[in-house]
Design a protein around this ligand. Structure first.
Ligand SMILES: [Fe+2]
Ligand SMILES: [Fe+2]
Length: 178
């Protein structure tokens, strides 16, 4: 087991995911060819799907318990739902104007969601005193196989969620505000 993990690894891994998606958004906007824009869009969609699953399974339950900010975390979950419904629609579209329009609406939602996570949720989580090293280990070990069968994704998600809830249940005052 990696014992040298630093407390900020948990959030840095998530921030790295955000930067990768933002870089893909920039590539999308700079690309002139519709087929290539569609390919870049699919890469961003895959990265976003994995990232959203990781956050919903590990980060959000822990953030909710540690900060007591139920409404804020619920707001994040709702934005993920919106994101996922746009992704489901975008996946049905071939390269061209409709896909580009749909993907641009995804970009706008994801950009503001990332600002909220990094500007509000992550700082609250850092202040909450939650064990970020432990969360970092869970995040680094998390391996959702989004490209595999959907059942595999669900099973991986359920196992990780069970681990997160077990961990929360072992923490004293896990539901109290800092
Ligand atoms: Fe998120
Ligand atoms: Fe995120």
């Amino acid at each position: 087991m990696n014992t040298t993990i630093s407390p900020d690894v948990a959030l840095q891994k998530l921030i790295n995911d955000h930067r990768r998606v933002q870089d893909l958004f920039t590539l999308f906007e700079e690309e002139d060819d519709a087929e290539l824009r569609h390919e870049i869009g699919q890469k961003a969609i895959n990265a976003l799907t994995r990232h959203a699953l990781l956050e919903e399974t590990l980060l959000y339950p822990i953030a909710q318990a540690a900060t007591g900010e139920d409404a804020l975390v619920e707001d994040h979950r709702e934005e993920h739902q919106l994101m996922k419904s746009i992704i489901a629609e975008a996946k049905l579209l071939r390269p061209g104007r409709d896909f580009d329009r749909k993907f641009r609406s995804l970009i706008s939602i994801v950009k503001s969601h990332i600002e909220k996570e990094e500007g509000i949720l992550f700082p609250l989580l850092e202040k909450s005193g939650v064990d970020l090293k432990k969360l970092g280990r869970k995040i680094t070990q998390y391996r959702p196989e989004v490209s595999g069968s959907s059942m595999g994704v669900v099973l991986v998600g359920l196992v990780a969620a069970a681990g997160a809830y077990y961990w929360l249940s072992q923490r004293p005052n896990s539901h109290s505000r800092p």
